[in-house]
Design a protein around this ligand. Sequence first.
Ligand SMILES: Nc1ncnc2c1ncn2[C@@H]1O[C@H](COP(=O)(O)OP(=O)(O)OP(=O)(O)O)[C@@H](O)[C@H]1O
Length: 473
Amino acid sequence: MADFSSLGLSDWLIQQCKQVGINKPTEVQENCVPAILQGRDCMGCAKTGSGKTAAFVLPVLQKLSEDPYGIFCLVLTPTRELAYQISEQFRVLGKPLGLRECIIVGGMDMVAQALELSNQPHVVVATPGRLADHIRSSNTFSMRRIQFLILDEADRLLEQGCTDFTKDLEVILGFLPAKRQTLLFSATLTDTLQELKTIAMNQPFFWESKSETRTVDELDQRYILTAEKVKDAYLVHLIQKFTDEHDDWSIIIFTNMCKTCQILSMMLREFNFPTITLHSMMKQKQRFANLAKFKAGVYKVLIATDVAARGLDIPTVQVVINHNTPGLPKIYIHRVGRTARAGRHGVSITLVTQYDIHLVHSIEEQTLNLQLHMQEKEVLKILTHVNVTRRQCEIKLESTEFDEKKETNKRKQMILEGKDPELEAKRKAELEKIRSQKKKFKQKIQENIDRQRKGQMKNKRIKTTANCDQEAV
Ligand SMILES: Nc1ncnc2c1ncn2[C@@H]1O[C@H](COP(=O)(O)OP(=O)(O)OP(=O)(O)O)[C@@H](O)[C@H]1O
């Protein structure tokens, strides 16, 4: 296996890698770094947790050190949490350069971001929606000189899922120079290869890890067949069993909806499991805070929607539980890839109900999945308790958080439309103020007019009486 110096990286960068425990290049790094350093566009498809981030961060830093200026590199990624994580890798590895990086994501202060952009940071890490907003609304920064465009989780950025990035990408690509190096990375690039080739146009270097399965060997993948109404009892039983058998542990549970996330979290807390949530209906600051607490081990169970399925690198996660069976193998691959990263071992357990059998078959075609048989007797013992607790939590959620949820939904919609909820609220309040001032002003004018009219009428009446008097004389 090659070492970093033979890939063409400088000593300072290799030393910096060593400081963070990166000693030997992984396969994707060994193959992609030299091509990038040669100036080629690159598409890298390698399994989850295989070091794809460093595969683009290292050559960018190397090139930046040779000719430092801002804005040198733009990284686009689908989620805000991922943007922070990528930015941190740049910050840590680029420390000796005095690297200035900036994060442009939704849900955070737009004015502060605009200021940071105008200060010409070396690297900008962004989610497409917010960056496109800045491009549309501001002329205080330019990306005309950028040398690198990187699409992390590139296939997600191009697919038209529940969040469609295509329009924002068009705006961003129109803002960038045609002459640049484009790097595309993901664990699941192949489905979108043709579209991706239109972005990386200069006959890109393409590297894909060769393997029969699309998940890592260190991952023990299991599924449990369960009736829908017993599913939650299995979940509680699994977590209890894991807690009893391990000291240092953490689990991510994936669900399909924000509301389910919330209910499961409330329910598991009733069973005294230290749980916390991450989903798109939460305020951004809360999302960051929850993730930080989970990373720090303050909470051991993270219940998340697919907003956490891609890219998040949390070494302590030993177990991933799919509370619902993902509809697409691709989503399954990213979800279970939150464990067994960088050579560590991990377990994934997918709860499969009578309605999901067909889904698990399509997943099995691409991954190695084995059925896990559990002592159903133990599960049935807690069934009523679990189901009653869940129902109580559902009622509690409906009654206590409904309005707040609605408000959050409104905020979310605004964000999706590229508006800043705080700014919108201020604008609304100001409009209201102007409207009421206008109303008062109108009223005053009307009162004046009325008063004048009354005065004129009175004068007229006096004049008419006077005329009559004269005629009478
Ligand atoms: N050469 C290396 N040696 C040891 N550890 C490494 C090396 N390169 C990266 N890592 C570590 O491996 C972990 C996973 O890396 P990274 O997050 O880049 O994976 P990824 O391939 O992008 O995964 P995903 O597809 O899930 O986004 C990180 O903690 C990173 O610091």
